[in-house]
Design a protein around this ligand. Structure first.
Ligand SMILES: Cc1cc2nc3c(=O)[nH]c(=O)nc-3n(C[C@H](O)[C@H](O)[C@H](O)COP(=O)(O)O)c2cc1C
Length: 197
């Protein structure tokens, strides 16, 4: 698959098998993220690659507790409302039970923190698609990036005082009949293009 096809056929996967991701493939995905461009070549994105299922379960429980304590408000971002409501119901696994979650942090006072993480996330999504692996951008830890309990988990593994989480990526084998990622692109209804000249 060439790069252009990998970009155009990337879709979000929200159902995964328990099968672990091959170590060599995982390393290639991480390297694809590390080779993303960064503002001023700052290279300050910090990659936490979580394959320890106990840590993932701990994060799921902590996130559920944090979301369940929130109240929805009119005009609130739809996905956040969904996280709050599902957490209040219980059994909310924000990372779709993927066997791997790659969490990206960056310096909180750096103006390109989210942009750099987004570049790394997209690179990793494209690389994983080329390897027939599924991925999904996971935003919940960004919303909770001032939560003391979640922060304490990442501090244990080296999250610096001046770092915050800006995005995450679920990675794994898609739980589809043929084990391949869904690849039919969604029709483009938005993203208008204005050509000048
Ligand atoms: C900034 C951003 C945040 C997202 N957050 C989540 C998320 O928290 N959970 C999730 O399941 N999908 C999330 N997504 C995936 C989008 O819902 C998905 O890309 C969109 O519906 C289009 O579908 P596709 O990826 O299959 O083309 C996010 C995507 C982006 C770019």
């Amino acid at each position: 698959m060439n790069a252009y096809d990998a970009i155009l056929t990337r879709r979000s996967t929200r159902s995964y098998t328990d099968a672990p991701v091959d170590e060599e493939q995982l390393n290639r995905i991480i390297e694809a993220g590390r080779y993303a461009p960064s503002g001023g070549n700052s290279q300050t994105t910090h990659f936490f690659v979580i394959t320890d299922q106990e840590v993932l379960k701990e994060l799921a429980e902590d996130a559920q507790t944090a979301f369940a304590a929130m109240e929805t408000e009119p005009g609130m971002y739809r996905s956040l409302v969904s996280s709050i409501n599902r957490s209040k119901q219980g059994n909310y696994i924000f990372y779709h039970n993927a066997p791997v979650l790659i969490v990206l942090a960056n310096q909180k006072d750096y103006g390109n923190n989210i942009a750099d993480c987004a570049c790394a996330l997209e690179n990793m999504m494209i690389a994983a698609n080329e390897m027939n692996l599924g991925t999904c951008w996971i935003n919940q830890l960004k919303w909770l990036n001032e939560d003391p309990v979640i922060t304490a988990v990442f501090r244990r593994y080296g999250l610096e005082e001046n770092e915050r989480i800006y995005g995450a990526l679920a990675v794994g084998h898609p739980a589809t009949e043929d084990g391949m990622p869904e690849r039919t692109p969604l029709p483009r209804r938005g993203n208008p293009v204005t050509r000048i000249g």
